[in-house]
Design a protein. Structure first.
Lengths: 238, 100
């Protein structure tokens, strides 16, 4: 060990490990970013709007849901409710990760948590285990994942009009498939499987009757109630 | 209000809502430790929300989407995320072509 702490070999190694860990999620996010850019411009947003949305919102699920309910005049209240419903999970995710980065500077934590998405959150939690997470790993991963999302949103917005209908290539389903993969990661007990089944049924029913974006609230609340009712039971871990 | 102004307001509003959710956990921090039924309810939020978002596509959009989702779910428990997504996209293209 040398006495120079700033850009030590271990910091480089931490950044490299962060990129290796997040690389599959970056590849998976690429078609979704392309899709977002293409669909958003098809709905009348310009390239600057797309970059602002991807840079400042930085939440694929909420951004794609917004594009689905986007119309003119812009339904701002419905968009904000939909965004809150879809992104409320970040409250719990950030509460869970907060103690593992408590040793980092506050401004850095705020920037780092602004770019907290499902994928880099999951990787950071795994890296931290029960302990701390290093600054190079946490910030390195967040930065590359943000740049990745921005880049593919931009390419999608620029090339979307010339590519044509993205559903021809099944690109719209990449988002659904990614959410299935993320959900499968949570289906680790009988209770969580019942939560998922109940949420799916209620959301589909609400979508048919009330319409978007209320299916998100209906499905989420139904799943949460099912979990609370079954909560007293002993979990059978997988 | 012009559409351009409304678009900008909607984007900034959505950004503020999302940022608020992400930052709130930093403020709650270690003091927030639910237990029992409350803990079970909070644990259920991520899968319940993820499921609710895609349920209309999976269940009530068309047979191609429903069957492709079934194939994706079968793969999701065995394969890494990227393989799961490739399976889903490939299945939906084939099924839309075959059933459409």
């Amino acid at each position: 060990m040398t006495a120079a702490p700033s850009f030590s070999p271990s910091a480089t190694a931490e950044i490299r490990q962060a990129i290796v860990d997040i690389a599959p999620a970056m590849v998976a996010a690429a078609p979704i970013g392309l899709l977002y850019g293409a669909l958003a411009t098809a709905k009348g947003m310009d390239v600057v709007d797309v970059l602002l949305a991807s840079g400042l919102i930085f939440a694929g699920g909420a951004q794609l849901a917004a594009v689905q309910i986007w119309s003119y005049p812009v339904p701002i209240v419905a968009l904000l409710i939909s965004t809150l419903l879809i992104n409320a999970r970040y409250i719990l995710m950030s509460a869970s990760l907060a103690p593992k980065v408590a040793h980092l500077p506050l401004f850095g934590r705020i920037l780092g948590f602004h770019v907290l998405a499902d994928e880099n959150w999951a990787m950071s939690e795994r890296r931290a285990g029960g302990g701390r997470i290093s600054a190079p790993y946490f910030f390195g991963m967040g930065t590359v994942f943000w740049i990745n999302w921005m880049s593919f949103s931009l390419i999608g917005a620029l090339t979307g009009p010339s590519i044509g209908d993205p559903t021809r290539y099944g690109a719209d389903f990449a988002f659904t498939a990614m959410f299935i993969a993320l959900t499968a990661g949570f289906a680790r007990s009988r209770t969580s499987v019942l939560v998922i089944v109940a949420a799916a049924g209620a959301a589909a029913a609400a979508h048919l009757t009330i319409g978007a974006p209320w299916h998100v609230l209906a499905g989420a609340l139904t799943g949460i109630v099912v979990a609370a009712v079954l909560g007293g039971e002993t979990e059978t871990a997988a | 209000m012009t559409d351009q102004t409304a678009t900008l307001l909607a984007i900034l509003g959505m950004a503020a809502v999302t940022f608020g959710c992400r930052i709130s956990g930093l403020l709650l921090g270690a003091r927030f430790r639910p237990a029992g039924r409350l803990r079970a309810a909070f644990d259920a939020i991520p899968p319940a929300v993820l499921t609710a978002v895609i349920a209309p596509t999976v269940l009530v959009t068309g047979w191609a989407e429903t069957l492709a989702a079934a194939a994706t779910i079968a793969v999701a428990f065995r394969a890494p995320m990227l393989a799961t997504i490739v399976t889903g996209v490939f299945a939906v293209v084939v099924l839309r072509h075959g059933l459409g």
